[in-house]
Design a protein around this ligand. Structure first.
Ligand code: UTP
Length: 294
């Protein structure tokens, strides 16, 4: 019988250089999309999948992440006194539902290394990985991105990654898969990290959601540091693929790379247009703005 996925690892120890200077002292995973930090959307995605054991991988200058989930006695007392407890109700509800653990990645040695850092908390169980700077919005009442991958994993206990089709001239920004598509699921035969358009076996790119069997740890341990001395998760996934135990699928939802300026702005527009407080005014602002551009 296949094992159920109860734990999620959220790597959040990267340097966030694409967002400097903002990320010099503020972790990018806490940058707000309208009024909620990126990380909160990601944790909600886990809760939608009934995953409530969350392992945060943090590092130097990332203490604010742990603080965010702590009780802020003075603030909460002040809000209580002024009858505005609703302002933190959402955060408190989420905080009460999750068991948060955090592990330090001593230096940012790459995503593969960040995932390996979670091993003591994950042990031999299967686990989800959600990149701490990527958000995927799904319609209310439908399974979140990680819930869709979890469902697939629980059918056959084979590691599974989310993928999306990208234009051929963008393949060099992603991990690209090769394999065969059967009933909407790819049997992945190899993963190539950031290939040139000529080398790329397909235009199907890995995105930041995965569910792994714990054998991925052994694969990561076998990988030597590549570009910039980083241990790439894609290299470990290539080993899984070569052993016939990696699947990939496209997921329903709108994905934004919020660790990148453009993706971050797009995610903000998307959320603002649905936000009960600002959607109307924001929509009118955008309409006027676009009129001014034409
Ligand atoms: P990125 O490669 O997008 O993050 O990793 P980065 O290195 O912080 O970004 P830039 O390119 O310098 O702007 C995706 C996720 O993995 C985490 C990051 O925090 C991010 O949430 N990560 C990355 C780690 O936890 N450790 C690492 O060594 C690298």
């Amino acid at each position: 019988m296949s094992e159920t996925v109860k734990k999620a690892v959220i790597p959040a120890a990267g340097l966030g250089t694409r967002f400097l200077p903002a990320t010099k002292s503020v972790p990018k995973e806490l940058l707000p999309i309208v009024d909620r930090p990126i990380l909160l959307y990601i944790i909600e995605e886990c809760l939608n999948a009934n995953i409530n054991e969350i392992v945060l991988i943090t590092g130097r200058n990332k203490e604010a992440i742990e603080d965010f989930f702590d009780v802020s006695f003075e603030l909460e007392w002040a809000l209580e006194k002024s009858g505005r407890t609703d302002l933190l109700a959402d955060l408190k509800a989420i905080r009460d539902q999750v068991c948060l653990m955090s592990i330090r990645q001593k230096s940012a040695l790459g995503l593969g290394h960040a995932v390996l850092t979670a091993q003591p908390a994950v042990g031999s169980e299967p686990f989800a990985v959600l990149l701490g700077d990527e958000v995927v919005f799904t319609e209310k009442g439908t399974p979140s991105a990680i819930a869709q991958l979890k469902d697939q994993f629980e059918k056959n206990s084979l590691s599974v990654a989310s993928i999306m089709e990208v234009p051929k001239n963008n393949v060099s920004r992603y991990g690209i898969i090769d394999g065969q598509l059967k009933n909407q699921i790819w049997d992945v035969t190899s993963v190539i990290e950031k290939p040139s358009p000529n080398e790329a076996p397909s235009c199907m790119a890995l995105t930041g959601r995965y569910v792994f069997d714990s054998s991925v740890f052994r694969c990561i341990e076998k990988c030597s540091p590549g570009r910039n001395g980083e241990i790439q998760l894609a290299d470990a996934m290539n080993l899984l693929a070569q052993g016939g135990s990696l699947r990939a699928m496209t997921i329903e939802g709108q994905r934004f790379d919020a660790g990148d300026k453009l993706g971050y702005l797009q995610a903000n527009v998307e959320v603002a247009l649905r936000h009960p407080e600002v959607s109307e005014d924001f929509k009118n602002f955008l309409i006027e703005k676009v009129k001014g551009l034409s």
